[in-house]
Design a protein around this ligand. Sequence first.
Ligand code: PLP
Length: 425
Amino acid sequence: MSGFSTGTRCVQAGYRPGNGEPRQIPIVQSTTFKYDTSEDMGKLFDLEASGYFYTRLQNPTNDLVAAKIAELEGGSAAMLTSSGQAANFFALFNICECGSHIVSSSSIYGGTFNLISVTMAKMGIDVTFVSPDASLEELDKAFRDNTRAVFGETIANPALTVLDIEKFARAAHDHGVPLIVDNTFPTPVNCRPIEWGADIVTHSTTKYMDGHGAAVGGAVVDSGHFDWMAHKEKFPGLTTPDESYHGIVYAEKFGQGGAFITKCTSQLMRDFGCIQSPQNAFLLNLGLESLHVRMPKHVENGLAVAEFLKDQPKVQKVSYPGLKGDPYYELAKKYLPNGGCGVVSFELKGGRSEAESFMKKLKLIAIETHVADARSCCLNPATSTHRQLSDEQLSAAGIPAGLIRVSCGLEDKEDLIADLENALG
Ligand SMILES: *Cc1c(COP(=O)(O)O)cnc(C)c1O
């Protein structure tokens, strides 16, 4: 849908029905697909023709929704995965193997931190974590001969740091490797990392894209901008023959815009099977249809709550990149001119016990591990996700015991503020 703006793409991109066809995306609830001859099917297995044969690899409903997300991000191709975790794993593992190395921002989602630093380490893939605020010189020092990718989050969950995408892209490209950006929190409505130099974009669609707490899912988007053949020796999986598909070379056969996602589908989805169910893809698409209407309201509520909290005597500190005085305010102005997201974090002066009694008094904002839902929710890491850590360990990890993360939903901001005011009282 070139020529149309983001909002219009949210509503109509991906699926353009023909005469007499269903208006809404059909849910193709079928594990398998029928063919007249084994020759016809053989062409699919050889990647000579495109089509469907088994929903562990590809499904038409998923592909329509992935095409919408590709258009929203300004990418050349995309695929849906069963979760955000699977999306980040696929994006990295599609170009890394035993003996590879990753440079990653240290300010990332805990699940991704664990994936890279523990599970991928067991596969022989090393990582060097760098501060999201590192200078270009400091970033340069983190690279090795075997570095294959740079990773970061546009707005990090839960630290709410903002990635200087242009700087990270420059460091990656100076070393001949792609930048992968997890764009879950701003969504393409508020930031399109490809426009700033990112090569691959990932999502936990579980968050704002679905937006209704209904379906876990993920997405990987390729910009089509990274020239794999120019760095042939670094990416043999894309630039040398794949024996499991009769020796095709992805970057030659599918070109710069198609190679990454085709390889990811035909190898990783085939072997790991982390596919999103077509039912969930349908629900995700319902969320996408209103994403551009919902995001400004999440931002409006997030900013109102951040501004309210910063003047409260019991509050030590508020983090929200859209708030004047926040360390990431300038970066947010550049990369997120329409605001970032509805997630705000703040620290209560009274620590763990104050946080506990505050959360007990909330009536509207619910205690959940989720974020980015239509319904507001909050979490105190010290008494939930990080409860095994002592107060000392918590502050060493940059998560003070009194820290609360609140995800502002779509309710009216006056009611959210009244709920917080009452719980603070
Ligand atoms: C939640 C989240 C993930 C993981 O996604 P799941 O869908 O829960 O697997 C990855 N990155 C970010 C930024 C997230 O917020």
